[in-house]
Design a protein around this ligand. Structure first.
Ligand code: IVH
Length: 705
């Protein structure tokens, strides 16, 4: 965007032309953004154009257009699809990127299961199809529902569209009463090329790649359009079942094939990492001739009883992983390094690139992480890129791997222009002018502006409404920015007073450009729907540094009620019993505890949280309470060596019976499971009168001996 003339140099008539141009681009971009499958501008470019528009309007207020993009919030939202709750969550896969990763995956699994290094363990390896996942539910053999993954819990109901896909049977014989099959919808290369020819001939924009084409085709509100698009389906997994399919993954896949589904012909059983790596390279060789896109190889533990033991982390199974193909690379020029300020005040350098196409997608930004990364070393001081620093004006090699944010892989020093200089991080926040400090041990520089920094405030609000937090329908990042810019909302509590303030009187939401009676009412209703919020979402939504979704869940399980949790955070001080109780939670360390306590004990933050809770009813944890177990709500501590399972598995098993697992013994401990080599914890437990079990007693208790 550097080539655009400085707005201050524009004559009035050129400014007027420029506002027309910007209104056209931004309106188009809004429509593309909201139809989601073909974003035209990167977020950063969109923001830059929007800022330029605002700036010109400020210079020439009388030129502001009636349809100014400044007042538009998105395009008219489409009717959308109905949401459906997945009976069994649809998860994603963890990734590995090299042969070493395969060995580590195998070792992790063996460790978790407490298996010897040389005992046999079968895996399946199969292509990772680059499409979009779909869950098909059959009841008594009839296809009753097709749903996209969505956020894993809630998907979109696309049944009418799925019915038009030829690889998807409508009726099945001899299947369990409830049978959910999962797999990937994709478009073959030949079909993709033909579709794009048709698109161009009809004056429509061609799709960037087969995955976007498949997604755009499946998520059509008019099923007739989906029907006209050549989509395929490979089955590779399942969800709810009224009867198990098989004892092994391969057996289940064969059964699914016998029901009439296409399954990938390259699925193969491998005995350990050597065979897995060999098969990975075999599939990689075949990749170009398959006729459809794959972006890696998926490994899954074959034995289903072992899959069940291994279970899941918060969003990915332990028993499977995706070995990704190396990302495509491209060289381009680094035009500028901009600084973005995040919700916790972190200053993040972003590379503005000369646009370059990588894997069908145009890249114009890449993350540069932090100042050390730019200087050429990592957090431990070890060289990266052989110690080459990154400078404005450099030729840089960029890549994107799947959904990962584009990164800079290398710098070509032979092309470095003369007179380039080392990059220096600003010492003041570019957004609010507060000091930006890098504390010892922190990789990033942070703005100290806190609540007064507009960038932090907006990012906090965006986080607050994000999917895993309040997830308010119709209130996304763009709307939040707009409402913030107009001073309609400054902090989360303001979202809940929008209806009171903007549904009556002169200034009403429905009068705004892009809004109407219906959309305004829907937004107010969607906000009201969220006044009741589960405690884990509430904790995560606050956007406290070091407190992610998994941590919020742990805190919610531990404290259960908002009142108890917030009082503890207000009162805890280092090493007192409340603090010790906080860090006794397995998964909560000193750093996280300190972030929580600091936030709650800052008066301005606390007042803002109180204004928010005054609008809400924070619910107790929604996790289905396990009340019929003798371990429900008991606090268990493990110590010493366990021989039948790893510590991690023991912990997860205990939690699955409704127990809490703590790291240290205290008056709250109900049970200590002590293996050989246990030390001081046994004595402490004995002193406190806590019941002590051996590993075998414990296994007997959970019925697993
Ligand atoms: S198994 C619980 N197998 O990759 C794990 N996924 O990055 C269920 N995918 O969301 C997924 N090919 O959309 C599995 N052979 C395959 C796959 C596959 C493609 C997709 C799927 C998943 C994503 C995770």
């Amino acid at each position: 965007m550097t080539e655009l003339p400085d707005p201050k140099s524009l004559s009035k008539s050129r400014a007027q032309d420029e506002l027309v141009r910007l209104a056209t681009i931004l309106t188009k971009a809004n429509i593309a953004y909201y139809s989601k499958d073909s974003p035209e501008l990167s977020d950063a470019d969109y923001d830059a154009l929007k800022r330029r528009n605002i700036f010109i309007e400020e210079l020439f207020p009388d030129l502001k257009r009636a349809d100014s993009p400044t007042d538009q919030i998105g395009a008219t939202p489409s009717e959308g699809f109905l949401k459906v709750t997945h009976a069994v969550e649809m998860l994603s896969l963890s990734n590995i990127f090299d042969d070493l990763g395969v060995n580590e995956f195998d070792l992790r699994i063996r460790k978790y299961l407490n298996l010897e290094a040389n005992s046999p363990l079968e895996y399946i390896s199969e292509p990772k199809i680059d499409g979009l996942s779909l869950s098909l539910r059959y009841e008594n053999g009839h296809l009753v529902q097709a749903a996209t993954r969505g956020d894993g819990k809630l998907g979109e109901n696309v049944t009418a569209n799925a019915l038009t896909i030829k690889d998807i049977p409508k009726f099945l014989k001899n299947v369990p009463t409830v049978f959910e099959v999962r797999g990937e919808v994709y478009m073959a290369h030949a079909d993709f090329d033909k579709l794009n020819l048709r698109q161009s001939a009809a004056g429509h924009k061609p799709f960037a790649n087969p995955r976007n084409a498949a997604a755009g085709s499946l998520r059509q509100l008019n099923p007739a359009i989906t029907a006209a698009r050549p989509l395929n389906f490979f089955a590779y997994a399942w969800g709810a079942l009224s009867k198990p399919l098989s004892k092994t993954q391969m057996g289940a896949i064969r059964k699914i094939e016998s029901f009439g589904f296409k399954v990938n012909p390259l699925s193969k059983i491998c005995n350990g990492p050597i065979e897995m790596i060999k098969n990975y390279h075999l599939i990689e060789q075949k990749r170009a001739d398959l006729g459809y896109d794959i972006d890696g190889v998926v490994y899954k533990v074959n034995e289903i009883s072992l899959q069940l033991r291994l279970g899941f982390r918060s969003t990915t199974p332990r028993w499977a992983t995706a070995h990704k193909f190396p990302a495509e690379l491209a060289w381009t020029r680094l035009e500028e390094i901009d600084i973005q300020v995040g919700r916790t005040g972190a200053l993040s350098p972003v590379a503005r690139l000369s646009p370059v196409t990588v894997g069908g997608v145009v890249l114009s930004n890449a993350t540069l992480h932090n100042e050390d990364y730019i200087a050429g070393f990592d957090s431990k001081g070890v060289d990266i890129r052989a110690g080459k620093d990154i400078r404005v004006g450099d030729w840089v090699q960029v890549y994107r791997a799947g959904d990962v944010i584009p990164k800079v892989a290398d710098v070509d020093l032979s092309k470095r222009p003369a007179n380039t200089v080392h990059f220096v991080m600003p010492e003041v926040c570019p957004e609010c002018g507060s000091a930006a400090i890098r504390e010892a041990g922190d990789a990033v520089r942070r703005c100290l502006g806190g609540l007064i920094c507009p960038a932090q405030a907006v990012e906090k609000l965006k986080h607050f409404v994000s999917r895993a937090a309040f997830d308010i329908d119709g209130l996304g990042a763009k709307q939040v920015e707009q409402f913030y810019a107009d001073k309609w909302i400054r902090e989360p509590a303001d979202i809940f007073t929008l209806r009171r303030r903007f549904s009556v009187g002169l200034k009403q939401l429905k009068y705004r450009n892009g809004w109407g009676e219906k959309s305004a009412t829907s937004l107010f209703d969607a906000i009201d729907d969220r006044r009741k919020i589960p405690i884990n979402r509430m904790i995560f939504a606050l956007g406290i540094r070091n407190v992610g979704e998994a941590a919020a869940n742990l805190l919610a399980v531990h404290y259960k009620s908002w009142r108890v949790f917030s009082a503890a955070m207000r009162e805890a001080s280092r090493d007192d019993p409340i603090w010790c109780d906080l860090i006794s939670i397995d998964g909560v360390g000193e750093v996280m505890a300190q972030s929580l306590v600091t936030t709650f004990q800052q008066d301005a933050e606390w007042e803002s949280i109180q204004r928010l809770t005054a609008e809400l009813e924070v619910e107790l944890l929604v996790k289905s309470p396990i009340t019929n177990s003798i371990l429900a709500d008991k606090t268990v501590v493990f110590t010493g060596t366990l021989s039948k399972m790893s510590r991690a598995e023991a912990k997860n098993r205990a939690e699955s019976f409704g127990a809490k697992v703590a790291g240290s013994v205290s008056v709250k401990t109900d049970l200590l499971v002590a293996g050989p080599g246990a030390g001081s914890k046994v004595k402490k437990a004995a002193d406190l009168g806590v019941k002590i079990l051996s590993e075998d007693d414990w296994l007997q208790l959970i019925g697993d001996l």
